[in-house]
Design a protein around this ligand. Structure first.
Ligand code: ZN
Length: 310
């Protein structure tokens, strides 16, 4: 994020804080006792909902709408800043994807930020950020470990440990929820491992760099991606170069995802005479997801992964 915007955000954030303090109908004595845990976008929200199951005192909120997807180009509005200031704890994906929120809450002593991907062995990013809004995007690491069930487990364990530390009175419940969630994901990982062995066609392409951890963890290869800048289709010249690269590599399929347009993937696929499969990276989801949403989507994806590469 450009420095001038950071200053603007501080000013907006101060104004938002003052207005929240001024208009809040609650006084200290009658305040809502529930603790607000703010998550940035869908996968972090889903993981945290599972970990706080049966703990009504922890109110989990999501900053972005569930169908927003990766917040690559997200800019905070004054309402978001207000929401962040009302939170007792903020949980982010990290790796440059959503740490815009640290610009607001970073200086506050009373606010803590949990980085769910801290400790994960990162993959380099393939994204090219040409926009002026990306100075603080990191851009160095691929920020999508949540799309691999194995990395999701590491993120869940990390969030659980931090939540238990922040809320020691609920540590036992949080740890029990974590154990249950991790064992459900163990079953997903086991099925992925057993069905994605000896792939006959392990080379594919993707719309954006969201399956790189999934590919690393389960032995296939994303040869290239269509949108080097997330949300931006390639130019005609780039599309021709990409098409010949994919042809040379004899890729088996193109993986598209619900959060991005399929148009370019369909065009390239019909040129290369290969199929397009929708693989949902769980970057988006319903506002009130069932607890097993991640596992259900990942197992549905597994059928398409097998179909595409076996
Ligand atoms: Zn993304």
């Amino acid at each position: 994020m450009p420095k001038k915007n950071i200053r603007l955000i501080y000013i907006l954030s101060l104004l938002a804080f003052i207005s929240v303090t001024a208009i809040s109908p609650l006084t200290a004595g009658e305040s809502d006792k529930r603790t607000r845990v703010l998550t940035t976008f869908f996968p972090i929200y889903l993981f945290t909902l599972n970990l706080t199951y049966n703990i009504p005192d922890l109110q989990v909120e999501i900053l972005l709408p569930g169908d927003y997807g990766c917040p690559h180009d997200f800019s905070l509005a004054p309402d978001d800043i207000k929401k962040a200031h009302l939170a007792d704890l903020v949980i982010i994906n990290g790796m440059g994807l959503d740490d815009f929120i640290e610009d607001i809450v970073g200086g506050s002593d009373e606010m803590s930020v949990i980085d769910a991907t801290s400790g994960i062995a990162p993959l380099p990013s393939r994204a090219v950020h040409t926009g002026h809004d990306h100075e603080s995007d990191g851009g160095q690491w691929n920020p999508h470990p949540f799309a691999s069930p194995l990395q999701a487990q590491a993120m869940i364990a990390r969030i659980a440990a931090s939540l238990a530390q922040h809320f020691p009175r609920y540590a036992e419940l949080i740890n029990a929820n974590a154990a249950d969630y991790l064992s459900r994901l163990d079953s997903v990982v086991t099925q992925y491992r057993s069905r994605l062995t000896n792939l006959s066609h392990p080379k594919v392409a993707a719309v954006h760099e969201i399956y790189d951890y999934l590919a690393r963890d389960f032995g296939f290869q994303i040869v290239d991606i269509i949108e080097k800048e997330p949300g931006q289709e390639p130019s005609a010249r780039e599309a021709i170069a990409l098409s010949s690269e994919l042809r040379r590599n004899k890729i088996a399929a193109i993986f598209s995802e619900p959060q991005y347009s399929e148009r370019m993937a369909r065009t390239l696929a019909s040129e290369l005479k290969i199929p397009v499969y929708v693989i949902d990276p769980v970057a988006t989801g319903p506002s009130h997801p069932p607890r097993d949403y991640y596992e259900t989507v990942m197992l549905k994806n597994l059928e398409n992964l097998v179909r595409a590469m076996k």
